[in-house]
Design a protein around this ligand. Structure first.
Ligand SMILES: [Zn+2]
Length: 84
């Protein structure tokens, strides 16, 4: 085997390795997307106990019957909180 043959052989090997890496990266993206979807499907939520599922709560000021509605600090207005 002369030097040209060795170089050609090595280049062929390197091209094959690059192809394998490309395929693995594509597969990695697919697997990550699948895991993301599975995680989203697995999330269990319940009604927020801080605002009783209203998303807002009445923040009473010092004076009686006065105050204003604020976005719930626990569920951030989403009305539900994650259990998992
Ligand atoms: Zn809430």
């Amino acid at each position: 085997m002369n030097i040209d043959e060795v170089v050609n052989l090595l280049q062929k090997e390197l091209n094959e390795i690059e192809d394998k890496i490309k395929k693995l990266k594509t597969k990695e993206t697919e697997v990550k997307n699948t895991i993301k979807t599975l995680r989203e499907n697995l999330q269990i939520t319940v009604q927020c106990d801080k605002c009783s599922g209203e998303g807002m709560y009445f923040h009473r000021s010092c004076a009686e019957d006065e105050g204003d509605f604020k976005v719930c600090p626990k569920c951030y207005g989403k009305k539900r909180i994650k259990v998992i």
